[in-house]
Design a protein around this ligand. Structure first.
Ligand code: C2O
Ligand code: CU
Length: 530
């Protein structure tokens, strides 16, 4: 039953409970785990019709409720994506993952605070035909989390193939607000894909120079898909909606805005609701980031169309090389984006290009106006003075060594942590990420950085003067007010984060969520020592 027999370094696993660690865990702890919801989650090849013509071979998750609320799992009809799993804070879930892919795989619950053995670390990947049992209690705030594969070197391939689902958590605070629910609570996953002539997914990260350049830049597709559908169109009622957006793309960043210039009302980020709604002219959404919007369509005319756009921005920060300066200009032409295009073959959409994401059509029913709550959630004020290293932040530089991105000059090692990658359980620290790599040469690239095992707060950002015009083409859409697990680091930028390692001890990951960067090793372990 348990194909999960690679406990890795035992000293890291001693304090972990869960049935997946048979033998490493006291029997009592296992016996005490009575799940409120038990699922089977299979990853398997499948095919779906995406474009006109032949069906597309995909990989997808299939979930089945074995025990508990049958309504906890919903599918996205006609999509390779999903499922959507809805849970409540305090619930205990057990998920039997079955790998029916032709490659090793493992599931990471992105943003969730789970014991290390449940976190989908690549050292726990199971071979084709293997299984893992995940057990954890939902301790996160209400919010929009997601899950996806995390086998080393294959995450980009597997997510691109279709493997990603949403894990939506609710709690009492969230429910008491009476935000739009049911069919008025929309979850939208935005991705880009490229297709070959036979409608098959084209990843374009193969061998040779083209593949190398795609990996350095990250994959960029020329079709924008929402919930797995191209040219997505949504019929909506003239009333308020709660809209949850996930950027499920491998590398693409979106600068999301309504085509008529209506500001965006943001109510939540990666780690759940904000203290109060904030407005933005547009929302910047990097890979793996989530944002929740409150959108009121009630003032619009029946039958009207509205469109969610991604606006143009400059993806590259550099202007140090005179002639290449234009590459960092608006529109993001050339440079590494162009390299990605070369490698990707047919791709015609560079990083920073503008395009339409989703069309919305207003229904003809009576309009029902609503009001966004002025207060949303309790969020403790940022207390940087609690950090043990406020004036000496733990610093990670994005580095470019040869043809690979790294962190502090290092690339991923499956079971190793360096001395400066060990933190203390219960401590609060300032981490600082600095992205100055490659600025002189090609203008640098954006890197969305994700940290496992925590939800953190963004303290501040600072940008190098040479990169500030590119940075300003996106910065008004950053939402740093709430809890985050992924933060976009633009070229020339330094961001300071406040993290509290309060949840689970063990070996966790921090990495770039540009999945091609992650797969090439822009990922490291860090150890939360009890
Ligand atoms: Cu969403 Cu380590 O990843
Ligand atoms: Cu990166």
């Amino acid at each position: 039953m348990h194909a999960f027999q690679r406990p890795g370094r035992r000293e890291f696993l001693g304090a972990v409970s869960g049935a997946a660690l048979l033998g490493a865990v006291p029997t009592l702890a296992r016996a005490a785990f009575i799940p409120d919801l038990e699922l089977e989650l299979r990853a398997a090849p499948d095919q779906v019709g995406i474009l006109r013509g032949p069906a597309t071979q995909v990989w997808r998750y299939h979930a089945r409720v074995l025990q508990g609320d049958a309504g906890a799992v919903s599918t996205l009809p006609g999509s390779y994506l999903g499922p959507i799993i809805r849970v409540r804070r305090g619930m205990r879930v057990r998920i039997h993952f079955i790998n029916q892919l032709p490659q090793p795989s493992v599931v990471h619950w992105h943003g969730m605070l789970v014991p290390e053995a449940m976190d989908g670390h690549p050292r726990f990947a199971v071979p084709p035909g293997g299984q893992i049992v995940y057990e954890f209690e939902i301790t996160n705030r209400a919010g929009t989390y997601w899950f996806h594969p995390h086998p080393h070197g294959l995450t980009g391939t597997q997510v691109y193939g279709g493997l990603a689902g949403l894990l939506i958590v609710s709690d009492e605070e969230d429910r008491a607000l009476d935000l739009p629910g049911g069919e008025h609570d929309l979850a939208l996953v935005i991705q880009d894909r490229s297709f070959g002539p036979d409608n098959q997914l084209h990843y374009g990260s193969g061998g040779g120079m083209g593949g190398m350049m795609t990996r350095m830049a990250g994959f960029l597709g020329d079709h924008i898909l929402v919930n797995g559908r191209p040219n997505a169109m949504l019929d909506v009622e003239r009333r308020p909606y709660r809209v949850r957006l996930l950027n499920g793309s491998n590398s693409r960043i979106y600068k999301l805005a309504w085509n008529d210039g209506t500001p965006m009302t943001v109510i939540g980020t990666d780690g759940g609701l904000l203290a109060e709604p904030v407005q933005r002219p547009y929302v910047t959404l990097a890979p793996a980031e989530r944002v929740e919007l409150w959108v009121d369509f009630s003032a619009r005319a029946a039958g009207d169309d509205l469109s969610l756009q991604s606006l143009a921005f400059a993806a590259q920060g550099g202007s140090m090389m005179g002639g290449m300066g234009g590459m960092g200009g608006m529109g993001g032409m050339g440079g590494m984006g162009g390299m990605g295009r070369m490698g990707g073959g047919a791709g015609a959409l560079d990083q920073g290009a503008s395009f339409s994401v989703l069309g919305l059509r207003m229904g003809s029913g009576a309009a029902v106006a609503g009001k966004v709550p002025a207060r949303l959630a309790h969020i403790a004020p940022l207390q940087p003075e609690q950090a043990i290293n406020l004036n000496n932040p733990r610093t990670f530089h994005v580095t470019a060594g040869g043809m690979a991105w790294g962190l502090n000059g290092r690339v991923f090692e499956m079971e190793r942590v360096a001395d400066d990658e060990v933190v203390r359980l219960g401590s609060t620290e300032v981490w600082q990420f600095v992205n100055e790599a490659g600025m002189g040469m090609m203008g640098g690239l954006p890197h969305p950085l994700h940290i496992h095992g925590v939800q953190f707060r963004v303290m501040d950002r600072r940008v190098h003067p040479q990169a500030s015009s590119a940075w300003r083409s996106l910065s008004a859409g950053l939402v740093d007010e709430g809890w985050k697990d992924t933060v976009l680091l633009m070229p020339g930028e330094r961001v300071r984060l406040l993290l509290r390692f309060a949840d689970h001890p063990g070996l966790f990951l921090y990495h770039c969520h540009n999945l091609e960067h992650e797969d090439m090793g822009m990922m490291r372990n860090f150890l939360i020592r009890a």
